[in-house]
Design a protein around this ligand. Structure first.
Ligand code: SF4
Length: 454
């Protein structure tokens, strides 16, 4: 979204001058899950625990943990931190391939800080310019691919009924396993990381260019609204402020969100606002995937946001999964209609379709082969509606094509990978049968084309 492809080579050369594994994102980008006391930079490596004793000495340890500083040291010395495997895998492919490390080298939130970082010592703390933050796991949804780690509704369910039955080594929803991994959220009122964050805020805000609040459901958290108030009191005119929301919140919260966002934009207290909202297909099928969603209310809220916040952009985040394909066309039709009604200078309506990899029982790679034809048909339909402003964008069609290619990778799999797919297929059935039993839903009625598969 923010990259300029013409300068990528320049960015690569500049990064490689420091070292062949140097990555600006390790310094300037961070995701901090305050509700878990965990962080990572960037979002690709696994998260690690933020030791409270480090935070007590220096609140910026919410980002600058000893663990992360060791990774920075390796990068300055040209060594490769293991957690960054997804970048090394791409860079090691034959030919020229660009990894996220390369792309981040030209992002607007890294370039102003290049000299500062390149000339710093590995153990010098630094404030991020791009921060993704969760205050709380408080959430009223139980999306099928989510887990108790990010949703208190999920947490309550597994504490009452236990994890879902699964075959093989999968422990995705097991409360005991999640606890042992430090992946069960803390109670908001007992969370020392939130206090530390607010102590860090006056200093942190100085270099911040992007702030994105995620969750849980951020618009159910008092701390999200406190952030709006803090920015209102001390404006950050260079900030791009974003919120991720399921838009399934009570009206009183939605009204408050609209009111506060309008205030920040009209008085130019931030540079731009972006609402990221998740939906993975259309109508009742979307409600099935994201348990708790009321699709009609969701549409009303999206349209109200676009009407009442003319300066704010919107991004649909579609985690493209095994249940997305059947009703994806109506979703695209709705997005086209929104672009025709609401697109204007200074605001856009984006669509991102990252394909779901985990939990693997919901990935499109487990689907019967007939689904490749369905996806191809969807791509052909989208191509007929290609338009950079008021239709489907070329990059969005390309993403769908990549998903199709990824589905077809199964043809190259060896017998052990195919065996693993059989386990995933079994888990698909086990999970949704239990889902229907616990939550009173009816898979076969909503996904008749997958009845036999189920
Ligand atoms: S090297 Fe890749 S995975 Fe590691 S921080 Fe940079 S962009 Fe992220």
């Amino acid at each position: 979204m923010f990259n300029d492809p013409s300068s990528i080579e320049e960015a690569v050369n500049k990064l490689n001058k420091v070292s062949p594994s140097f990555c600006m994102a390790k310094w300037m980008n961070t995701t901090i899950h305050l509700h878990l006391g965990r962080t990572h930079s960037c979002h690709l490596p696994p998260t690690h625990k933020i030791p409270l004793k480090e935070v007590k000495k220096n609140v910026s340890a919410l980002h600058n943990t000893q663990e992360k500083m060791k990774q920075r040291k390796m990068m300055l010395e040209g060594k490769r931190p293991k957690g960054c495997k997804s970048c090394w895998d791409i860079e090691d492919l034959p030919g020229t391939h660009y990894s996220d490390r390369h792309f981040h080298g030209q992002d607007c939130w890294t370039t102003p800080f290049y000299d500062k970082v390149a000339n710093s010592q590995w153990d010098t703390p630094i404030n991020p310019s791009y921060l993704e933050l969760s205050f709380s796991a408080g959430c009223n949804f139980k999306c099928s691919y989510c887990s108790p780690t990010f949703s208190t509704s999920w947490q309550k369910e597994v504490e009452k009924f236990g994890g879902y039955p699964q075959s093989g080594a999968v422990k995705h929803h097991s409360p005991l396993w999640l606890k042992s991994q430090g992946l069960m959220p803390m109670k908001d009122e007992e969370n020392p990381y939130i206090d530390a964050f607010w102590r860090w805020w006056p200093d942190l805000k100085k270099d911040l260019m992007f702030l994105r609040i995620t969750g849980g459901e951020p618009l159910l958290s008092q701390d999200t609204f406190k952030t709006f108030d803090m920015i209102n009191e001390e404006p950050m005119p260079d900030l791009e402020f974003s919120i991720n929301s399921n838009l399934g919140i009570p009206q009183v919260h939605f009204d408050k969100f609209i009111h506060k966002t309008k205030g920040l934009l009209e008085k130019k207290k931030i540079r731009h606002f972006m609402l990221h909202t998740s939906v993975d297909t259309y109508g009742p099928q979307a409600e099935y995937i994201r348990n708790g969603l009321d699709f009609e209310q969701y549409q009303r809220y999206v349209e109200r946001y676009l009407e009442e916040i003319p300066g704010g952009s919107l991004a649909f985040m579609c985690t493209f999964n095994a249940l997305s394909i059947d009703e994806f066309k109506p979703l695209l039709e709705w997005i086209i209609s929104l672009r025709r009604r609401f697109r204007q200078k200074g605001r856009d309506i984006y669509l991102d379709t990252p394909h779901l990899k985990y939990p693997d029982f919901m990935s499109v790679q487990i689907l019967p082969e007939s689904y490749r034809d369905k996806l191809q048909e969807l791509i052909d339909w989208a191509k007929e509606r290609e338009d950079p402003h008021y239709g489907i964008k070329a990059a969005e069609i390309l993403k769908l094509k990549r998903i199709l290619e990824w589905m077809k990778e199964v043809d190259q799999w060896d017998s052990s990978q195919l065996k693993q797919r059989d386990v995933s297929r079994k888990n698909f059935s086990l999970f949704f049968r239990e889902h229907d039993k616990r939550r009173g839903t009816n898979f076969k009625k909503l996904f008749p084309a997958l009845k036999k598969f189920y």
